[in-house]
Design a protein around this ligand. Structure first.
Ligand code: HPA
Ligand code: ZN
Length: 324
């Protein structure tokens, strides 16, 4: 079964590129750019990855991203993930990046987007991997800042397919970003948002009804509302679930408590993704392997989950047909 999982071509729809920063590259960039990090060794970094909640992770994740300064750094970060795609047989990926994490430190928008895009161009050329970039607004910041970021992005619109919403969920509901999502929609961006990772179902309703999003990132709290479950099933709204992430951030106590199999059995449009794989103990294959080892997921379930990913991706219908 593990071999079966590994050899299937897959798509990934929920991956923060900053969350694929491996300790080895963090260490190398901290030296290359002369940026201090609060760790003496690579082992120290790994030991710090012991989270109790989303916020406890975000504090460490934003601190780690400080080593990214030059276009080459963003290229190297993305290229390392591309090599993981090859290893995991990911043939299509839609990656998130958080511009504000970097522009707030004085890094130019152009530096970030060009570094990422060049690595993705090389991924297409060298390995045939197709991809898209989704820019996420940090929800702990205000809407004004998100609007400023959207304006900066317009010059690079050809590289950015969609916008999303991430960072600290509790206390920062989707409705806080109504105007910026409306503007993004007018400009033709695809729309997604993290919702129902830690916060209750009202955040998912808001993301759907106020932001008009096309995919829900996480959404594992949906099971708390029958009304929402029925709607998600009827409209087949995709959920980009990230099992390892949910375990590492204590959304579920352990793997056997994870509800992905229940969501799938209810016929929701569920997909499997790695979120921040460097921080959450494994890339996409490892997420599938953990599901298989802990949740009695069948071969049929795995095929369904992977088909859901391709079907829920933002690629053209003709490319979808090639992949499925
Ligand atoms: N949730 C919210 N913000 C994030 C995440 C996540 O899982 N990963 C990176 N930023
Ligand atoms: Zn995420």
């Amino acid at each position: 079964m593990i071999e079966f999982i590994k050899q299937l071509p897959k798509a990934e729809l929920h991956l923060h590129i900053e969350g694929s920063l491996e300790p080895e590259l963090m260490f190398k960039l901290s030296r290359r750019n002369n940026i201090e990090i609060p760790y003496k060794t690579i082992d120290d970094i790994k030991k710090a990855y012991n989270f109790t909640s989303l916020q406890s992770f975000l504090d460490i994740y934003y601190a780690g991203a400080k080593v990214l300064i030059h276009k080459q750094d963003f290229y190297d970060l993305t290229w390392d993930y591309v090599l993981k795609c090859v290893e995991n047989n990911i043939v299509h990926t839609e990656i998130f990046f958080d511009p504000q994490t970097h522009t707030h430190r004085g890094i130019e928008f152009k530096t970030i987007i060009e570094g990422i895009q060049e690595a993705l161009n090389d991924a297409k050329e060298k390995f045939g991997i197709t991809s898209a970039i989704i820019m996420c607004f940090l929800r702990h910041l205000d809407q004004e800042d998100a609007l400023k970021t959207l304006n900066q992005a317009l010059e690079y619109k050809k590289y950015i397919l969609g916008v999303g919403l991430d960072s600290s969920e509790l206390g920062n509901p989707p409705s806080k970003f109504e105007e910026v999502f409306k503007k993004a929609k007018e400009k033709g961006f695809k729309l997604v948002a993290h919702a129902g990772e830690e916060a209750d179902v009202s955040y998912i309703f808001e993301a759907l009804d106020i932001l008009s999003i096309q995919r829900i990132d996480h959404g594992v709290q949906s099971y708390k509302s029958d009304e929402l479950m029925q709607r998600l099933k009827k409209e087949q709204i995709p959920l980009t679930v990230c099992p390892n992430s949910n375990i590492e951030l204590k959304v579920f106590e352990n793997y056997s408590q994870h509800n992905i199999k229940k969501l799938l059995d209810y016929d929701l449009n569920v997909t499997v993704n790695s979120d921040d794989p460097s921080y959450f103990k494994g890339y996409l294959n490892q997420n599938f392997i953990n599901l298989y080892e802990n949740l009695d997921i069948s071969e049929e379930d795995i095929i369904k989950l992977i088909k859901n990913s391709f079907n829920s991706s933002f690629i053209s219908e003709s490319l979808k047909k090639q992949y499925i």
